[in-house]
Design a protein around this ligand. Sequence first.
Ligand SMILES: [Ca+2]
Length: 490
Amino acid sequence: MMPLSRLLVPLALLLTVFLPGAARAGDKKPARPNILFIMSDDHASAAIGAYGSWLKDVVRTPNIDRLAKQGMRFTTTLVTNSICTPCRAAILTGKYSHKNGVYTLQDPLDPKTQHVAALLQRAGYQTAIFGKWHLHTDPTGFDHWNILPGQGRYHDPIMRAKDGKKMEHKGYACDVTTDLTIQWLKKRDKDRPFLALCHFKAPHRPWDPASRFAKLYENTKIPEPPTLLDDYKNRSKAAAEATLKIGENNNKRDLGEDPPKGLDRDGLRRWAYQIYMKRYLSCVAAVDENVGRLLAFLEAEGLADNTIVIYTSDQGFFLGEHGFYDKRFMYEPSLRTPLIVRYPGHIPAGKVNDDMVLNIDFAPTFLDYAGLKAPADMQGKSIRSILQGKTPKDWRTSMYYRYWMHLADHGVPAHYGIRTTRYSLIYYYGQPLGMKGALKRPTEPEWELFDLQKDPQQMRNVFNDPAYGQTVRELRAELDRLRKEVGDNR
Ligand SMILES: [Ca+2]
């Protein structure tokens, strides 16, 4: 009997020839674009120069900024569950946590799960992933992979490859991840398009910079965000009681030293903020430098024009807003993630887009560019027409969010809610629901409503303000509708 692999090769060739948009005999370049997906870990858009935040004068991201100049930058890319492992699963599968089974940091991705890399591989793409994976089971749907176990380490990372080889790589994790990505790209089959996922570990806690950047901010005072000294008045107990406060909830590993004696609450927060941000931004510098290496490689290989380059983070992150670090909350700094996409000649350069894009939209978008129809059970939508400067008339104006890890790690209660173009409505339902890592202690249910137009910093919960009575009724109806639409009934 003919081995399966020998049957599949001619099939893949047939598909390549006859699929719409596929390379045809005589074409020099494949018509289907390559996709280089660069994703860092916990990189808030405020720490990218092009996003123009209060950090714009100190953050060093010339390469990511250049990508933004050459492509489209999105201001309102929102995640569906702001925590690492679930975001990674949502991005790959194009589905919410309650549909892909990865609700928490501890849930593994079932290797049989349908996801974008496997679908592209089946359609003839070469697929590979390097760096942080964090989905607990071995990757499937990739021709090659070389990943950090769990969180991995910043210096001399140990990595495990598809062939079973596990070895220590000398150097800084971002540099190593880039080296491996470039090595694989050099060896690629030049007649077939590729999907390469380059996943940096930085700038995740504990924020260890590369030695060349260790003193980058030694003599710099980092500007503070306006809500650094937030006192959590007019907000939920959830915000006041969460343990992701800078200073108060950092450990010595985070900051490298004990605080000076005699600091009051605000003094401690301001002191710790300086150390936190210097470490964080030094990690970002290495991410950016490696984005530059990847872009230079594409240029040198003649790949810049037929490769879609995406820069994003697995979720947003608090950089001192509300005095917080970390993520999880459906508040803007952790809900929003950076997104920049470049594809010369196909995506207008230097454009900024405010449409509501979700992390579950990435997978259907890649399939769209590859000339494939997204499977009906993928919940995201392709943003290809948005990237071409034409937002569909019926594009979403509201989205559903849910964080499941009740009180885990940083004391943030489980919650769900909706974000519309103007409002953010959040319901802390107070129950662990048997989720992995969740504390079994219920909390008192509470609601928050923020008017993002009048209160973009989210400092005043107006849920019980009679002036917003009608808005609350409408938003709760929309929340019910979206819960039905995405099929979440827990
Ligand atoms: Ca993360």
